[in-house]
Design a protein around this ligand. Structure first.
Ligand code: SOE
Length: 383
């Protein structure tokens, strides 16, 4: 079968640049039926020496040091944005205006106002787009979606979700700069709300529908940190921890918590959903398992089952090894790229689109506003 190459121009070579590149490299081997295949055409970053080293290591054909040049190139079909959040809007808008497909790392932007022109530009240009909320495509999480959509849980009452980390507890950690821009409010837009809760919110709305209103509290435990740009101690603008509760449109109640100060937890993303007939729960540290409890089971054998999601008839698993053998974090990105190409073939949008990610942004913003004003906020989400 002859394949059409989609020539990728990646902006940013940090942690996310690596996860996306790995996905482009793997997808053709494991999804051989796809008509499109990515070509690692160019990678762009400001530091020439380091971007060249990245290109050599990962197999990009060329490098750029100015993203505008990358966007202008005729031999690029898709721009993939893996920069700090403050760069997303400008690059995405220029890429859409140049008629490129746009793939963007989450969160879409730093604020609702910043995200709106991105959505407008994408829609006006009519270019294929997606935002990497990768966790939806972990097979156990996709299986949860299938169970909910087939009404196994019945009416849903509760949705609980956490994302706990512990990597910013040291006050010696500076804000700003490579790897640490997530601590700098100007670059990131917020702290755990945009970085971690955005994942929980995207997954929650995908599984359980729109979030109507929120009541939140945030805390910044370390008030001042040295900024790498100035070498001076500066006020910290991000939220280190955030808790919120909410109403979903379907009448269920949500409870969310995220922090980078939960000693012992590196990336503990969890959710639990309680329905009328059944409950499910999942956590990222044991990502191939989905816990399932069904009250309709005979009472003497009723209990939580631990479904090992590795069988060929479970989501995505026919693409990988043999039943019983697990896959991991990086595969969620491979699945997102595969779905993007499959949808491209069929002329369909690949969820989450910019428009959907904008809804997640609205919830994040309502959460931050609620915490600030100590009051309930409507999200104005259209789901
Ligand atoms: C932060 O540490 C981080 O890398 C997030 O930015 C990612 O989105 C999340 O998946 C893992 O944690």
């Amino acid at each position: 079968m002859s394949k059409k190459e989609i020539r990728i121009g990646l902006v940013g070579y940090g942690f996310m640049g690596r996860t996306h590149t790995n996905a482009y490299k793997r997808v053709g081997d494991f999804f051989p039926e796809l008509k499109f295949i990515p070509k690692l055409q160019a990678v762009c970053a400001r530091n020439e020496e380091r971007v060249k080293a990245f290109a050599d290591q990962w197999g990009y054909a060329s490098v750029e040091t100015d993203w505008r040049k990358l966007v202008e190139r005729d031999d690029i079909d898709a721009i993939d944005i893996c920069t700090p959040n403050n760069m997303h809007a400008e690059i995405a808008i220029a890429a859409a205006q140049a008629g490129k497909m746009v793939l963007c790392e989450k969160p879409l932007a730093r604020s609702v106002a910043e995200a709106q022109p991105m959505v407008d530009a994408i829609e006006k240009a009519g270019v294929p787009n997606t935002v990497y909320f990768n966790y939806r495509r972990i097979p156990a999480v996709t299986l949860a979606k299938q169970l909910i959509d087939s009404n196994k849980l019945g009416k849903i009452f509760h949705f609980r979700s956490n994302f706990l980390q512990d990597w910013t507890i040291s006050p010696e950690l500076p804000q700003g700069g490579e790897g640490l821009w997530r601590l700098d409010n100007d670059a990131a837009g917020s702290g755990v709300t945009g970085d971690l809760l955005a994942h929980c919110i995207d997954t929650a709305m995908w599984l359980n529908g729109g979030i109507k209103d929120v009541s939140a509290m945030t805390e910044t435990f370390i008030k001042e940190r040295v900024h790498t740009a100035t070498g001076e101690k500066q006020q910290v603008g991000i939220d280190d921890a955030c808790l919120f509760h909410c109403h979903f449109e379907n009448g269920s109640l949500g409870l969310f918590e995220s922090t980078r100060y939960a000693r012992g937890h590196k990336a503990l993303f969890t959710f639990e959903i309680n329905g009328e007939h059944a409950s499910i729960k999942w956590n990222l540290h044991d990502l191939s398992r989905l816990a399932y409890f069904d009250h309709r089971d005979a009472s003497i054998e009723r209990g939580w089952r631990s479904i090992h999601v590795t069988d060929g008839d479970q989501p995505y698993m026919d693409k990988w090894w043999v039943p019983g053998l697990s896959i991991g974090y990086e595969h969620s990105f491979v699945h997102q790229v595969a779905d993007f190409f499959k949808n491209l073939e069929e002329g369909k949008p690949c969820s989450p689109t910019f428009k959907e990610a904008h809804q997640t942004q609205k919830v994040c913003e309502a959460v931050l506003e609620s915490a600030k004003s100590k009051s309930w906020k409507n999200t104005h989400v259209e789901w």
